[in-house]
Design a protein around this ligand. Sequence first.
Ligand SMILES: Nc1ncnc2c1ncn2[C@@H]1O[C@H](COP(=O)(O)OP(=O)(O)O)[C@@H](O)[C@H]1O
Ligand SMILES: [Mg+2]
Length: 237
Amino acid sequence: MTGVPIISVVGLHGWYGKSHILQGIDLTVGNGELLALLGRNGVGKTTTMRAISGTLARAEGDVRLAGLPVLGQPAHVVARRGLSLVPEHRGIFGTLTVEENLSLAARRGSPWSTERIWSMFPSLADRRRTPGGKLSGGEQQMLAIGRALVTGPKLLLLDEPTEGLAPVIVDRLIEILRELKAAGLSMLLVEQSLAVCTAVADRFAILDGGRIVWEGDGPALMSAEDVRARHLTLEHA
Ligand SMILES: Nc1ncnc2c1ncn2[C@@H]1O[C@H](COP(=O)(O)OP(=O)(O)O)[C@@H](O)[C@H]1O
Ligand SMILES: [Mg+2]
C-alpha cells in the first residue's frame, strides 16, 4: 500500500447502551483497494460500518478518512468528506421515485452523474418514475448503490449487498463491484457469500469478539481451513 490509506481505523470501540460491541478494531483500506470484512452473524460487522460512517451513537477511537479524523463528526459531515454507506436493507425512500431517490442524494462534482447511473443500470433508467418501494430486491440494491455513487464517494461501504438476491442478480452485482474497482473506487464490503468476496476482494479481515482476529489475501484465506471453519458461517461456503 502506498501513500495515505483512504481509511484508517485504530482502536475503534463501539456500544449499544451498556453493550460493549466493538472492542478495539484496527483496519485500513488502501486507495483503490477492496477489503472484505467477514465474520459470523452478530459479531459486529454492521456496528463497525455504522461507527465508521458516524451513525452509531457511542463510538471511540481513531478513524481517519484520507488522513482527516472523522469519528464524532455527524454522519452528513462524514458523507460530505467522501464516505458513503450502502446500508443493510438498502435504505432507499419507498414512496419517492427512482429518479427522486437519486436526485436527492446527488452532489455536484461527483464523477457519477445521474446519467452515468442510468447507463450503468439500464433497468433503473427504464423505471425512473417508479416508486422505490415497487422495485424488485435487485433493483432496490442497484438504486441504493446508485444513491451512494452520486454523492461522489472516496470510500464506499457496502453492508451485505447480495442478501436475499437471486443468483443472476448476484452475478450482476459482482460485475458492478468490478467496474467500480476498475474506476479506482475504494471499498469496504461486508458480505456473507465467500464466493462473492473472493471474486472481488483484494484483502480479507475477520471480525470476532469485537476485534479483527485475522487478515490476509485470498490465497491465504483459502489455505487457512481452520480460520474459515471457526469464523465463517455456512453461507460463506
Ligand atoms: N440497535 C441495537 N441495539 C442493541 N444491540 C444491537 C443493536 N444492533 C445490533 N445489536 C447487537 O450488537 C451485536 C452486533 O450486531 P451487528 O453489528 O448487527 O452484527 P453483524 O452485522 O456482524 O451481524 C449483536 O449482538 C446484536 O445483537
Ligand atoms: Mg450485519
